[in-house]
Design a protein around this ligand. Structure first.
Ligand code: C5P
Length: 458
């Protein structure tokens, strides 16, 4: 959100011209998708407990080296007072013995659809009804394919077809297998059917390679299961959020950027997830780890962000543009490092695409929310932007020295046609929750005006 005016020379005052240093952050053209990366934390906030916690869990264990982590998971679930019935596939039994799970869960493990004695105790249909949640961890590429295909060729798949309980999967596999189009299509199919996909995380793999494919740690899986949001204000809604700055390269070592840290956008993404939304986060170069359960796409330039947002927004209900996108980009890119040959240097800049305005101008736009960072006359400029860019809602804040950028706290003024709400200075995490609550309310009233007449369930 860089507002540049005047000549090219004057423009440069607004930009920090930074020699690119090697950050951990990496991104290759055109842009790269990173799925479910990063450390996680347990949300203990009672405000987030929208659903009752499952107390009867069927834990499906499939064939993969991560099966050993499922043993720890049983303990984490039992610590939360859940009854855990383990169901293992044939492949899983090659990695860990059923006896291990029996000892930890205190229940005989089910491995076969054809075990007459076990079926007599609790048949597979009864088991499907008994479950308040089915969690498959680790979920191999094979189980994802079989679930997506609606197979019922062993106890676990049969159970998943027969149950009315929510199903979650924690994928774990080699990163190439995870990235394969077949697996991704299967995951999309499962997501579309309401299956929660928890992970995978990125990092070292048992095969010695690196990448997304590691099963989430037991603690994180247990936490995710017990903070499941089935009746959140954004449950069933797809949200796309852009966050962080963009970098506009001048030559291979220099770029124009701004001071955005991405903290507000990341906090908004986490708050939207906690409100039940399925969140895609399009992130410029920031040093932040991905909030748990969020699909992240890394980009670098305004052009890349434009393309990534337009792709992600198809079928989305809400778009929140929280990124500090460059307003201007170098008109030309020098393929070799520019030399300091003269006393003065003039840079020619041209307008970067306005992502937010282009989304709002779509034939069937999602509920579109913008941010306005202003140094003065905040409300007047923000309201003008709301109208000019045809937004549903705008979140304005005052920026300047020691304000908003790269800080952990912030305040917002929310404006929409005919209304306003001030959100006081507070931590960005808490502020993001209040902000998302207003977004959900405005979305509901705008897209479903009759909802205004119906009292909301608490
Ligand atoms: O006009 P201004 O840049 O101040 O508007 C800020 C809002 O517009 C933010 O939501 C920002 O993400 C979005 N924006 C954009 N593309 C640009 C510039 C700003 O989406 N090129």
């Amino acid at each position: 959100m860089i507002n540049a005016e005047g000549t090219a020379g004057a423009l440069i005052r607004y930009f920090s011209l930074i020699a690119a240093v090697q950050h951990n952050y990496q991104c290759s053209a055109p842009y790269c998708a990173v799925l479910e990366v990063g450390p996680t934390q347990v949300d203990n906030d009672p405000m987030l407990s929208f659903s009752s916690s499952p107390s009867r869990i069927v834990l499906g264990v499939t064939g993969g080296i991560a099966a050993y982590k499922a043993a720890e998971l049983v303990r984490r679930l039992r610590e939360r007072h859940a009854e855990v019935q383990v169901v293992m596939t044939e492949g899983a039994c090659q990695f860990v013995t059923p006896l291990t799970f029996q000892a930890l869960s205190g229940r005989p493990v089910r491995t076969s659809l054809w075990d007459a004695a076990a079926e007599a105790a609790m048949g597979h249909i009864e088991l499907a009804r008994w479950a308040e949640h089915v969690l498959i961890a680790p979920a191999s590429a094979d189980i994802l394919a079989r679930l997506a295909g609606g197979r019922a060729d062993d106890l676990l798949t049969t159970l998943c077809l027969a149950t009315e309980a929510p199903v979650s999967v924690a994928p774990a596999m080699n990163h190439q297998m995870w990235a394969h189009a077949a697996t991704q299509t299967n995951v999309d199919t499962l997501r579309a059917r309401g299956v929660r996909v928890l992970g995978p995380a990125s990092g070292d793999q048992a095969c010695g390679e690196q990448g997304p494919g590691r099963m989430w740690e037991a603690d994180d899986l247990a936490a995710a299961l017990f903070s499941g949001v089935e009746n959140g204000p954004l449950t069933g809604k797809k949200l796309v959020i852009s966050a962080g700055p963009t970098r506009e390269p001048l030559d291979p070592v220099r770029f124009i950027s701004n001071r955005s840290s991405g903290k507000m956008g990341f906090a908004v993404a986490a708050a939207a997830r906690d409100a039940g939304a399925e969140v895609t986060l399009i992130a410029g170069p920031v040093m932040l780890s991905t909030p748990r359960g969020i699909r992240r796409i890394n980009v670098e330039t305004a052009e890349q962000m434009y393309r990534a947002v337009h792709e992600a927004v198809v079928g989305a209900h809400v778009y929140i543009g929280a990124a500090a996108v460059a307003d201007y980009q170098p008109a030309a890119y020098a393929p070799q490092k520019m030399k300091k040959t003269s006393e003065h240097l003039e840079l020619h800049l041209q307008r970067a695409p306005d992502i937010l305005a282009s989304i709002a101008a779509l034939e069937r736009p999602p509920f579109t929310v913008g941010f306005a960072a202003e140094t003065n006359d905040v409300e007047r400029y923000a309201r003008d932007k709301l109208t000019r860019k045809r937004l549903d809602l705008i979140a304005a804040n005052e920026v300047g020295v020691d304000r908003a950028f790269d800080r952990d706290d912030n305040a917002l003024l929310l404006l929409w046609s005919g209304g306003r709400r001030e959100l006081a200075l507070q931590s960005k995490d808490q502020l993001a929750r209040e902000f998302i609550a207003v977004v959900a309310e405005r979305y509901r009233l705008t897209r479903h005006p009759l909802a205004a007449l119906v009292p909301q369930a608490s």
